[in-house]
Design a binder for this molecule. Sequence first.
Ligand code: GCO
Length: 477
Amino acid sequence: MTAQNMWQISNIIRKLRIVHTCLALFIFISMGVGCANTHKTITEKRPHEFTFPKDFLWGAATSSHQVEGNNTNNDWWEWEQTRIPQARSGQACDHWNRFEEDFKLAQTLGHTAHRFSIEWSRIEPQEGQWDNVALSHYGQVIASLRSKGIEPIVTLNHFTLPLWLERQGGWSSQKTPELFARYTQKVTEALGGDVHYWMTLNEPVVYTYKGYMVGEWPPGVKSPKEAIKVFENLLRGHVLAYEKIKETYTRKGWKESKVGIAQSVLIFRACSDTSLRDRIAARFRHWMFNHLFVQALIRGKAYCIGLFNIHLSKAKTLDFIGLNYYTRDFVLHNGFGFPGILGQACTATVAHDRHTGKDNFLSWDIYPKGLYTFLKDFSRYKLPLLISENGIATNDDAERVSFIVEHLKAVAQAKEEGVPVIGYLYWSLLDNYEWAEGFVPRFGLIEVNYLTQERTVRGSARELEGIIRSGKLYYED
Ligand code: GCO
């Protein structure tokens, strides 16, 4: 090998080394950049952590007729026998006999609150006759919850009425507010020492609409005039019940009571955003369905030109507002008179196109943002807000997990912005009787086998338990 060859070879090696070093440098730098990028991505995507306050009320809700079984003495039972023989409540979840077992499960799931309703037809089976056995049953229900560290939240009227009351016109009778107040007083005196949270009425507007406007629920009336009467009597009933609870607590020297209602809230969107008429109908529905009842209780009056002018004996009869939130509806304009102005649902095809793409088993649009919207919207009343129902009917439990997480995210965001949300109650603790839909939709954190009454805790209940126990929710913005 000549000296020149040697020089050429060492030159090549030197060049190779330079290339190698450059390559190494390049790889190193790009890895660095890569790392920096990865780091950046992680920072951007780092989940947000929200911590719920220690006293946040966590749990689930039920209602008497949907879970207890054999509520043979109320208007719904009667209705089921003739109108919906395919969807009779029968034994339901036999919760009347199994409440202890069910609450033990709620306790293992970390629940700190439970909303249930008292069945008026059991307490007052005949007008003016009180059933002390039934009263003491609910006393045991409350004691059972308390012994497990679970705060009872008691609804006084969740849709069903005793038969004797239905026979004299139910909520359309002017006497009913007084009768409701008398029942409330009886229950408060018997159970009040152990209860702080009362909800007088469940979804009074839904009740009025379904029972008196579209006639889909008992008593099956279709009369806007009757509906307005019922609406007014429900307002009066709440005010009188509120006063009875307050008066009883003062007289007995019991710890402060907190009285609210469970208000159903539904997002209403126009079927067509370009139609002014649809938008008006959606706005009107929003006011009538979501706000009117609550506003009337706060202001002590309700007015709508040509329809009603109601003055209540007292204003500010809400200590907190319960919100039952599930879904979003699309509204089609239906004329400027009443009830046309309320609009009507879009046809299934139009509605389907506008859905988020995720519907529950009952074809309800799943729209978690709506919960955030309502929490912000209702913060205008400057009252504590309790999510008294939020849930999904599904046969796919993974869907339930994401439903809960997405809705809790909405709660966390609202709370971060200062909205006073005091609790979250999932609907429902158990699969149960879904009114005219019967037992097919499955809403429960706990599955119920209706043949054997066997309970099986669902995975979603455990996921929720994890959030409850840690008090933390992690989510990406
Ligand atoms: C209602 C009730 C519950 C229902 C729940 C699911 O809104 O009808 O408060 O009784 O079961 O909302 O539909």
